[in-house]
Design a protein. Sequence first.
Length: 620
Amino acid sequence: MLITGGSIRCTDPNRYFQGIGGTAWGNTAYEAEGYDPTDPDDPNKVTMVTIDLGAELKANNQQAGLPDDTALDNLIEEWSLHIAGQEYDYGAPAQFDDGKLYLWLPKEAAKQQIAVELAYRDKNGDLRKVLPLYREPGQDDSLLKRYRDFEVTDASYLVSLTKPYDGLPLPAYDLSAPGCAITTPAPDNKVLDRVTDDSGRTLVRYTYQPFNRKPSGPDDEPTPTGPETSETTKDTEGNEVAVLPADAGAVKLTMISKQYADEESSDEQIRDFAKSYWGHRAFMWGEITPVPSAVTSVKAAWSDGSEVADPQDPAKVLDVEVDVTSGTFADGTPTATTCKAPKGRVQLYVDGKEAGEPVAIVFGDASSRTAATDVAAAADGDVVTPAANARVTTDTDGREHTVVSWSFPAGDLMAPGARHTLTARYLPSKNYLPSANPEEEETPESQVAVKPDPTIAPTPKLSKSVKNLTHPNGPTQPGDRLRYRIEAANTAAGSLWTQAVVTDPLPVCLDLDPGSVRLTNAWEALDAKALAEAAAVTAFDVGRFSIGTAGADGRAVLMVPAGAVSPLSPAVVEFECVVKKGLDLATESADDLALGNIAKATGSRPNPDDPDGGIDTIAS
């Protein structure tokens, strides 16, 4: 027999409602070969839950002047059943059986809150709605009871239920604190002012259910996104205390006071109340909003230990490590140091572009597996379970960090003959907003290099410009400061222009400012580096410059070793000169007054006939 709802009464369920394994079933799990149907705690079996409104139906009949033996078989007009806050598909019973309903639900439901809302017709034909009925998790008997509702009106407490994520749970309301007691609405008029009884047993508990958002008004109905939950833990004295949500999201909180719901109380009024009611209840809404995250460091190195990868090696793999933590709000305020280590995913970027799929953060013991072995296993059709790749660290402020490490197969993502920049972005998760986008903002980075392809010759290109810092709109006059910029580029993709040296014969009418000479070269990891003056330099003296003795034309030559130049970024030499004062425009030669000069650059390349040793010379 298949039952999809309704009310079924058995005078002795253990005797008359047995079926396979001594009970009824909520599914066909028992049909599986080798299944043991005799387990009394099998969650696939069902159990009986009772709704008893006999006293209410009798009272209604008495008010209508009907005889005491009038049947308590009222028709049910409206019906809904929820388990753990989510609607459960159970057909509505047609009518009461002597004031009672007998529902058959999975045993697993007994571990969660069961809620029923219904309306019935009284003997006068009027529709009567019943306050929601509940069966509490783990309840010994099968009877459903009701709650008396009250409101928490403490404005400061209600405000505290909305906050940015800080790793801490929403606060509980302390009825026992001075000025925090609540008197329930008339005619109940009970003072709720205790959170534990004399033995330390908790009298207040909370349940909460996640929703897609908080309601915007009394008629707004948000959508639940998960089941209702009730958690407790032990305090330092061993007493149970409520655990409220700490993760970001909107939640509906239910605060339940059991102060007047003790069936063994010496107070008759409390005992009578407890027979029909679970206690007093208040509903509130809370919301924890996600907070900024930050990538604090990115480390990358070739897994074989080499400083420069071979572009011909298809198995070149990077070992990557990214540190992620809670960040700073837009106004500069830091997030709370109690924020927990971020979970979720990290996206790697190579030269400002997304590289590969996001990496899931998996906490756990260290694993010998790598991304390379996982890729190989997946190619063979194996099911690959993510390996543990993350650990939690704590900084000096007590703030938790997530350090995630993985191996990244570089493949063809990185062009030869170039130094590549690796950055990372933490992607949005439940508690955190995404970190800064490396495509739009400066973020922590690490650089790795790939050897040039020796079969590709570099193509040098030199350009030069000057800017009058004193009189930008001209004309240039004695005493003006001029800034020169020489850009030595390599336009051949995959090549590397090595041992580049920039030379520039300075006009006689200029005095060089030695402290202004700077070099920018991404391959050499130099960013506007101030260079030191030396008496003489060679191509290997990157970081220095020299001013040679003036030749027959009176011009001293500025010589700047620029290092290796990749196609991705040029080497840029900048320096400033001052036009000499006291020049006699009438007697000075035209050559001495000329500000024009031609820069040059020379360099080398790996020799394709001897890629590990010989070089060719290239001139700009």
